[in-house]
Design a protein around this ligand. Structure first.
Ligand SMILES: [Zn+2]
Length: 441
């Protein structure tokens, strides 16, 4: 295996000089060594520049997908891509794609990127770091006139925050129903895609097939507080958790709160309260990073003087393993049955269609990110991503790796979101070096 690789590599290397001349490198041959570092100051200043686009009337960040702010930010970004020689195009789903030629046109591209849209009143780092760092990789390669074997592709996904719409379009396609959903901008998804230069009528042309890309890399802020708390510089993402939602209905009997003695009640809220505590007990009963939340509750009829007759709850479980989610749900069901019997209520579950499957990153790429980061002297940690990312969809068509850097205070989707320039530079350097290492292998 090693020997075969060696032979293949030396054959390509032999053909390299001719191929090198065929791609645009200002007419010069490839230098002796690849670029060592990104320009951290440039990353920081671009983060700040992009942050100026898309403000609401109160001056809060509002680069929500498909709005004027999003369009202005995308225009600015595409202008930078053009200056870096990437010739950006917008696919039918509204994703921005820029390509840089490689020396071996037979190799499938190495893609990397993230998103630049934000949640209302969001922060300046979520998505933007991975996007600006992707451009930075191209710029330092240009500056040092380094040609890669693989073609490179920078992808800026459209509308990540509104349901990873661009990456869904690129991997599994969008349904006619999905295109008719209303987006946060107020526009229907189809109209929003049109507003940013996509073409909802040709949406299927966006779809990539497994094997179309050699790999996909995404640098992102952690959005949680683990790396900062444990003083670790680089997070190597093992996967993006699956999410399952259930609507839970607790039915008791609404009755007079004054005239019904305590031992004659079927109080749905009392049972629901026990259920909430039971969920926490079940989730914590086994080791692991799984999380379970009851995040909403409506109490009916909802009056001081009426014993609650019905409570509707929202239950969510997240984990990297779909089997574990089902196992935990099974335990929660058992607990609910016991609570229902004891409280003379009825508890039923309706699984919601909005679930997402866990998406694992590629084993080899994960090891490559880890060994690359360690070789650069960084501390690393394998971890899961509790938040959704475009990478989870890209994992359906390509080997995927994600690199996390610390979020100060573990705050995200907030104007208080912050990552230091040092951490951003570290992350972008790991992205650069991992891409170069992958390219050589
Ligand atoms: Zn993001």
């Amino acid at each position: 295996m090693l020997r075969r690789n060696f032979i293949k590599k030396s054959t390509i290397a032999g053909a390299g000089i001719g191929l090198l001349r065929s791609i645009e490198l200002n007419g010069k041959d490839r230098p002796d060594s690849a670029p060592k570092s990104v320009n951290g100051k440039r990353i920081e200043s671009r983060i700040m520049e992009l942050a100026k686009f898309g403000k609401d009337s109160l001056g809060r960040g509002y680069r929500v997908a498909y709005t004027q702010g999003d369009i202005a930010g995308r225009t600015w970004f595409m202008d930078l891509m053009t200056k870096a020689g990437l010739k950006p195009v917008i696919d039918a789903g509204g994703n921005i794609i820029g390509k840089r030629a490689g020396m071996d046109p037979n190799l499938k591209p190495i893609a990397f990127g993230s998103h630049i849209d934000m949640v209302p009143d969001g922060g300046n780092y979520d998505g933007t770091l991975g996007s600006i760092a992707a451009l930075e990789v191209i710029e330092v390669l240009n500056e040092s006139q380094w040609a890669t074997w693989h073609p490179l592709e920078v992808i800026i996904f459209a509308n990540e925050e509104g349901g990873t719409i661009g990456s869904k379009a690129m991997t599994s396609g969008l349904t006619p129903e999905g295109l008719q959903q209303r987006s946060q901008s107020g526009l229907m998804m189809a109209d929003g895609i049109k507003a940013i230069g996509g073409d909802p009528d040709q949406i299927s042309s966006t779809v990539r097939k497994p094997g179309d890309l050699s790999a996909f890399f995404e640098l992102h802020i952690e959005q949680g507080g683990i790396l900062e708390q444990e003083k670790i510089q680089i997070g190597v993402v093992e996967g993006i958790v699956g999410i399952v939602h259930w609507e839970v209905t607790v039915e008791g009997f609404a009755n007079h709160a004054g005239a019904t003695p305590m031992n004659m009640r079927q109080d749905a809220l009392l049972a629901a309260s026990q259920f909430v505590i039971g969920v926490e007990q079940v989730i914590k009963s086994v080791p692991g990073a799984q999380v379970g939340t009851v995040g909403k509750m409506s109490v009916l009829p909802g009056a001081y003087n009426v014993i609650p007759g019905k409570v509707v709850l929202g239950l969510e479980i997240r984990d990297l393993s779909a089997e574990k989610i089902e196992m935990l749900f099974g335990e929660i069901e058992k607990k609910a049955a016991a609570i229902a019997t004891a409280s003379k209520t009825k508890i039923t579950f309706a699984r919601q269609p909005s679930h997402s499957q866990p998406a694992l990153t590629d084993k080899d790429l994960k090891e490559l990110v880890d060994s690359t980061a360690k070789s650069m002297g960084f501390t690393t940690k394998f971890m899961q991503s509790g938040a959704g990312h475009d990478s989870q969809h890209m994992a359906n068509i390509a080997p995927v790796a994600m690199i996390f850097i610390p979020s100060i205070g573990g705050i995200s989707h907030s104007p208080k979101e912050f990552s230091t320039t040092t951490d951003m530079t570290n992350g972008a350097n790991v992205l650069l070096k991992t891409i170069l290492n992958f390219d050589q292998s």
